[in-house]
Design a protein. Sequence first.
Length: 391
Amino acid sequence: MPRILVAVLNWGLGHATRCIPVIRALQQNGAEVIIASDGLSLKLLQTEFPSLPAEPLPPYNIRYTGKHIWLDALTQAPHVLKQIKAEQLATQNLLQKHGNITAIISDNRYGCYHSQIPSVIITHQVFLHLPHPIKWLQPLVQRFNRQLINKFNYCWIPDWPHPQANLSGELAHKHLLPTEQFVFVGPLSRFNYPDDNNINNDNASKPYFSSEKNTNTAAAWSIVALVSGPEPLRTQFEAIMQNQLLAFCATTNQTALLLQGQPQNNSTIKPHPKTPLLQIAPHLPTQQLQHHLKNAQIIIARSGYSTVMDLAVLQKKAIFCPTPGQTEQLYLAKQFMKKQFFYTQPQHRLNIAKALEEAVKYQGLPAQLNPNLADNQTLLNKAINNLLSKH
């Protein structure tokens, strides 16, 4: 039986959530999976796969001030390089501990590879976007990024291969890539429970905002807001969202669900102390979360790439509020707003009432970008079968 080490970056929860379908596909292809990560990402994966062995990896412990993320990243670059070396050592130790590892799949952990074992890096950021103040560093950073990727046998890109009909834009499609190493495996979303498609979604045809009180006992929320990201930005965003949602519920008599992005806590949905119209949960299991998102009139979230892939699978419309200074999220939000897919508001000007008025002008992702799960799984399974055939 093939034995695969899946190493996941703990930087927000997006890397962990998009590895869920990869782990499922590996299991369906008869592979034994060992999970490796740290912090909340490891906790989330342990919750999703309680029977799988899980190993800790060295944490990066990157802290952002929320003012200039690019400056924080630049000043902490030596620390990141140190941690890449630390996770390389940790990978060697895990290989010795578990033995007979067939392959390594690493989501954005650039130290988790082995020269004698087929190794895969999962990333959609093949062509990095730097902010204007350090744009002059782009060629140097791009060359270094490619050097890191080239340590792996394969780079799996979670997107469609089409140069125009895709989700990541210039992040993965700026230039043609050698197909032997760079493999498009289709968007990776944890939301693929087909049974949930049978749930009656009466809200699908409703406007984003309705004066009619939402009384559906299946919890068809007017708004589902997703909080995510590294600290302290996650906490800051949660505080802003709570205040905005309290005002929304008070003035409209509509319901809202706020998910705090804290998988270390229980998954109980509880009313906010100030109003039962606003419900809060630290975290929800995947199938339950899928149900609530599909039955929401609109979703408010960061414009992280994993969220984009989830929206593509769920075929839901959303309002984006990108993490301040996070160039990838800012780029994606700008591109989707320019194409009239998703409305975007910056965090410092977030106004839910105005955002709901503007969001009706945006269509959501077009049909060709909404993944057909069968086609999507074909791309991923083809990549997995190719990887497993190498051992």
